[in-house]
Design a protein around this ligand. Structure first.
Ligand code: SER
Length: 326
């Protein structure tokens, strides 16, 4: 029986992953954890954890006899630029604490499988932008991307040196409606739906033709759980897997929204996030994920737009959280 700890359970991925894991393993076996005093999404089991506290992590792992950890607590690309040292500390020390926990528990005969998210932000301006290969130039320019690249190397190091069963995905921009966006460069593709449903013209902080790799949340959750469920001997990548969903730019997304809401209007006011987006790939080659664990994206832009327009709840997300230049 698996006992699963999800750290960052109140965040964008965590809020949906907890439910998916509860459906698979039983709600009693999924321990949602976050730094805030309560679960924002009514998790059945909830613990307050600061991922920077190694002692607290060890105590919770022992209390619940945890067998899997998803370490999702992080500062994203745009907010990271406002507080680079804080982003570095949270993103790196948080991961190191989990890898050390897994090493120590593994050596005590209590193996811990780890999931940690990397990102398209680990690539940079000299990375080939089209169909970006798994192995290529990686020269990230944001503190977030630098922490992701370093984190990937740490994951592989702990696997090679200590046998820690750590697994990771380089997520594209994730689009979802359950939680508010959390300071990412790809978040225009969420904010745009909120403006569209308010009947407002959307002021896009990226230029119209800025193509980025994206993925809709149900595909992202399926990828994550498939990777964690794959047999260890099938996995050839212990840094982080390229995983593709779909690619589009703001103009293309706006056109599909307009097909559904004919009065929708967008205008462009690029800010500091444009330079970040311009340094990232436009599409990813995920052949190794397909081969190793059968990855295949399912959701196209038409489905994504219809589902977002149906499900975005305007009341959940203050306008300031969506439009603020981070
Ligand atoms: N969605 C993230 C961001 O924009 C990328 O991992 O920061």
């Amino acid at each position: 029986m698996e006992r699963i700890l999800v750290i960052g359970a109140n965040g964008q991925i965590g809020s949906e992953l907890v439910d998916a894991l509860a459906a698979q393993h039983g709600a009693d076996n999924v321990i949602a954890a976050d730094i805030s005093p309560r679960s924002l999404y009514a998790a059945k089991v909830y613990e307050v954890i600061d991922v920077l506290s190694a002692d607290r992590l060890a105590a919770v792992a022992e209390q619940y006899q945890i067998t899997q950890v998803y370490q999702l607590a992080a500062l994203l690309s745009a907010t990271g630029e406002q507080a680079p040292l804080k982003a570095w500390t949270l993103n790196m020390d948080g991961l190191l604490n989990i890898l050390e926990l897994a090493r120590i528990r593994g050596e005590a005969g209590k193996p811990l499988k780890v999931f940690w998210p990397s990102s398209i932000a680990a690539f940079g301006p000299n990375t080939p932008a089209q169909n970006t290969p798994q192995f290529t130039i990686m020269d990230p320019t944001t503190i977030y991307g630098i922490s992701k690249l370093a984190g990937e190397r740490l994951c592989e190091y702990y696997f090679q040196k200590y046998g820690v069963d750590v697994r990771s995905i380089r997520y594209p921009g994730i689009i979802s409606y359950k939680s508010p966006p959390g300071g990412g460069t790809t978040d225009y593709a969420i904010a745009i739906f909120h403006a569209a449903l308010r009947g407002e013209s959307y002021s896009c902080f990226l230029e119209a033709d800025t193509t980025l790799p994206m993925i809709y949340m149900p595909d992202a959750i399926r990828a994550t759980i498939s990777l964690m469920d794959a047999p260890a001997d099938k996995l050839s990548i212990r840094s982080s897997y390229n995983v593709a969903g779909l690619s589009f730019n703001p103009r293309q997304l706006a056109q599909v929204i307009e097909q559904n809401l004919p009065d929708f209007d967008i205008h462009y006011a690029p800010d500091s996030r444009q330079a970040i987006a311009a340094s990232w790939p436009q599409s990813l080659d995920d052949e190794i994920a397909r081969r190793d664990w059968g990855w295949q994206a399912q959701i196209d832009i038409q489905h994504l737009v219809k589902d977002m327009l149906k499900n975005v709840k305007l009341s959940q997300t203050p306008e300031s959280a969506l439009t603020k230049a981070a």
